[in-house]
Design a protein around this ligand. Structure first.
Ligand code: PRP
Length: 180
């Protein structure tokens, strides 16, 4: 698995330290609130766990799985929900925790959906931001790392469902995805 990496982009230590820093900043904003931390499966799972571990506010945990299928068409702005939240977000302060923002399709639609359902506020926290790929008008409120358009794997991110368990973020060797 490690051999499939061209190089390590972010070490486990770099991730740990930055995630802690961002989580503590976000935590300070929610001291007198009871936010709902919504993890977007599956890519956010490692980030999510490390992020919520740092919170001291009375946070509740929930998850959604969505599909960004169809994101190529700007007009087809509907999100496919594969697993919905258990919680009612009406009146809640929601923190969306996502691994990566790319075109912005997923987060633009998800934020609109949660606000439509009556969330009082929706804050977006991302691990990685590919600013150069944006097609939808949406930006994370807090982001850990800005990256270029590289094929990144590890720390939750996959290629064909593999590599999610790597403790670091690496760049996948071109031959792995081009050889298929
Ligand atoms: C990835 C990622 C975001 C989305 C970002 O999910 O986790 O949800 O794509 O892309 P966008 O900004 O262009 O919408 P993916 O569909 O690969 O599912 P996964 O999290 O289960 O890997």
């Amino acid at each position: 698995m490690h051999n499939d990496c061209e190089r390590i982009m972010l070490t486990a230590e770099q991730i740990r330290s930055r995630v802690k820093e961002v989580a503590q900043t976000v935590d300070a904003l929610y001291q007198d609130k009871r936010p709902l931390a919504v993890g977007i499966l599956k890519g956010s799972i490692l980030f999510y766990v490390d992020f919520v571990r740092e919170l001291t506010c009375p946070v509740e945990l929930d998850f959604m799985a969505v599909s960004s299928y169809g994101s190529g068409t700007v007009s087809s702005g509907k999100l496919r929900i594969k697993k919905d939240l258990d919680s009612d977000v009406k009146g809640r302060d929601v923190i969306i925790i996502e691994d990566i923002i790319d075109s912005g399709f997923t987060l633009a639609n998800l934020k609109a959906l949660l606000l439509e359902r009556g969330a009082r506020s929706v804050l977006i926290v991302t691990l990685l931001n590919k600013e150069g790929r944006r097609e939808y008008e949406i930006a994370p409120d807090f982001n850990c790392f800005d990256i270029e358009n590289e094929f990144v794997i590890g720390y939750g991110l996959d290629y064909d469902e593999r590599y999610r368990n790597l403790p670091y973020i690496g760049i996948l060797k071109r031959e792995i995805y081009e050889g298929k």
